[in-house]
Structures are given as structure tokens and as C-alpha cells.
Design a binder for this molecule. Structure first.
Ligand code: ATP
Length: 293
């Protein structure tokens, strides 16, 4: 079995490398997430306050080690704080999320949770305490209920329904032919983008993590779905430290703080109102990009 385990982890590593190299990492993130961590061990904190810090983080992707992506990033999220990250395409926003979920580790500096470098923490334990709602969540080819249960494998049907209600997903699930038992995905019912997001939110509700990463959808949802997703996200964020990769003006305006990332550095930080009062990149981004979107 030892040999099998070694062979398996080698395959898993190759697979992870392949997915990283092919840039499909975001899409399989949640899939990899459920695999046991290759390097187990490390500390499990008895309690998570949710204080998060990037301290002088330097990072380049292993496949392109000559291209620095993060060049001394410093940022801090206080427990329960909702922080939106904005910046031009390629600035490194998604990379922050990848480091936070330990998809990669920085080459310099550290990412700290409650003062502990993530590299010293038990990876499985960490994954139970961080949830990510991706732009285009992938659903598995199984029942809606099992797709939600993925957030917490031992959840009861009642807990799944409760999470779906909190995620504004219960009503549309009820309308499916077999309600929660309905098969979704390739051979089942096709969900709209907004419905998929609400299933992903229900997963996160069930998981009940201290840390949340939201990668806001860039593609437009219909107005009704948009409202329901936003409402569900607002509820989900309550009391959790949340990092949002933001693409919408309404999101940044509601965040406790906005960070502007450019060229691998945090170049501005403050509330939306404060940053609008500065003659800087933020105001230009808002005027150009968000207003058009
Ligand atoms: P966008 O708003 O377009 O999503 P972003 O700010 O999220 O951009 P990142 O996706 O973090 O930017 O990318 C930062 C830089 O790292 C870019 O130059 C990108 O090409 C590069 N990069 C991203 N993912 C990988 C990868 N898996 N391997 C190599 N380089 C990558």
C-alpha cells in the first residue's frame, strides 16, 4: 500500500502541475480541494479568529519563474472584515486567492492566519476553514443535495435544505422534477450561471468557514438572479473575514476596505469614498471600467 500511496501522490502531483500549467486551475480548484493533502501534518489551531496577513509576499508561478507576479505584497484583513481587491487584468488578484488557499506557496515573505504562516498549518484543517465561491462554480454529476453536501460530508438533509434556503437556492431546487434528488450536470438538469453560484454559496454556508474568498462573476446574470446571488452572499459574509476579487462597483462600494493591486504591489488602500477622493488608479478604474460594466 505504501507503493500505491507513493504512486498515487506522484500522479496527483503531476495532475496538479498539469492543471496549473494549462491555466485550468480555477476550474478544478474545488475538485482538488476534496483530495487529501499530499503533505499532511502541521498545526491545527484550536480556534480561528480570522486575522489574515500577507507579509512582504513575493511570488512567481513555477512554470514561469522569471516573471514576478507578486513583488512584496503587504495586506491585512482584520477578523470579520470584508476587503475587495481590484486592479487591472493580470495584476495578481486571483494569485492572492491561490496563495490563500495554498494552491501555491510564496517564494518570499509569508501568508499568516492569526499570526501563523499557512505553511505551518495542517493543510486539511486549513481547507476546512476556508471556502471559495468561484466565478463559475463547477457542479458534480450527482444530485443537487450531494453537490451541496460536498461542503460538509456528514450534513443531514435538513441542514442541506437550511443552507439552500440561506443561499436563495431552495425555491428553484423545489421546482426541479425530483427536488433535491434531481441529477445535475452533464447527464442531468442544466443550471444557469446564477443557480450554480447559489449552489456554491449553499456549500459554503454548510461549511461555515472563518475565511471566505469570493471571485465575483464578470459575466452578467439576469437581474433577478443577480439580486438573489448578492443577497445570499451578503448573508454568507456576515462575521467572516472575506477577500473579494471584485468586478462590480456596488461590491467595492459596500466593502469595508478596497485594495488596489497593480504590477504585483498594493498601491492604494482605503474605503471606496476615500479612494475616490484621491487622484489615483482607483478613480480611473471606477470611471473607466466599472461604470461601463
Ligand atoms: P484578471 O483580472 O484578468 O483575472 P488577475 O489580476 O486575477 O487578472 P492573475 O490571474 O493573478 O491576475 O495573474 C497574474 C499574472 O500571473 C498574469 O501575468 C498571469 O498571466 C500570470 N499567471 C496566472 N496564472 C498563471 C499560471 N497558472 N501559470 C503561470 N502564470 C500565471
Amino acid at each position: 500500500t505504501m507503493l500505491v500511496a507513493v504512486a498515487f501522490s506522484a500522479v496527483a502531483e503531476l495532475w496538479a502541475d498539469f492543471m496549473r500549467a494549462s491555466g485550468a486551475a480555477d476550474r478544478v480548484f474545488e475538485l482538488l480541494d476534496r483530495e487529501p493533502a499530499i503533505a499532511a501534518g502541521g498545526v491545527q489551531l484550536p480556534e480561528v479568529r480570522g486575522h489574515l496577513e500577507f507579509r512582504d509576499v513575493h511570488f512567481a508561478y513555477p512554470t514561469r519563474s522569471d516573471v514576478p507576479v507578486l513583488q512584496g505584497v503587504n495586506l491585512e484583513l482584520l477578523p470579520g472584515e470584508v476587503v475587495a481587491v481590484v486592479g487591472p487584468s493580470g495584476a495578481g488578484k486571483s494569485t492572492l486567492a491561490s496563495l490563500l488557499s495554498r494552491f501555491y506557496d510564496p517564494q518570499g515573505g509569508a501568508v499568516l492566519l492569526d499570526g501563523h504562516p499557512l505553511t505551518t498549518l495542517d493543510p486539511d484543517w486549513l481547507r476546512r476553514n476556508v471556502a471559495m465561491v468561484a466565478q463559475e462554480p463547477q457542479l458534480f454529476s450527482c444530485s443537487v443535495a450531494d453537490n451541496i453536501r460536498y461542503g460538509r460530508p456528514d450534513a443531514t438533509d435538513a441542514q442541506i435544505e437550511e443552507a439552500a434556503r440561506a443561499a436563495n437556492a431552495h425555491a428553484f431546487i423545489q421546482r426541479f422534477p425530483e427536488a433535491y434528488a434531481t441529477q445535475v450536470g452533464e447527464r442531468g438538469v442544466q443550471l444557469s450561471g446564477g443557480q450554480k453560484q447559489r449552489v456554491a454559496i449553499a456549500r459554503a454556508v454548510l461549511k461555515d468557514p472563518r475565511l471566505l474568498i469570493l471571485d465575483e462573476a464578470t459575466s452578467a446574470l439576469d437581474a433577478e438572479s443577480e439580486h438573489l446571488v448578492k443577497d445570499a452572499l451578503e448573508r454568507l459574509m456576515q462575521g467572516r473575514t472575506t477577500l473579494i476579487i471584485a468586478h462590480r462597483l456596488s461590491t467595492v462600494a459596500n466593502a469595508d476596505r478596497v485594495l488596489v493591486l497593480e504590477g504585483g504591489h498594493v498601491i492604494q488602500s482605503g474605503t471606496h469614498a476615500a479612494l475616490m477622493g484621491q487622484d489615483g488608479l482607483y478613480r480611473r478604474l471606477v470611471e473607466r471600467q466599472f461604470v461601463a460594466a
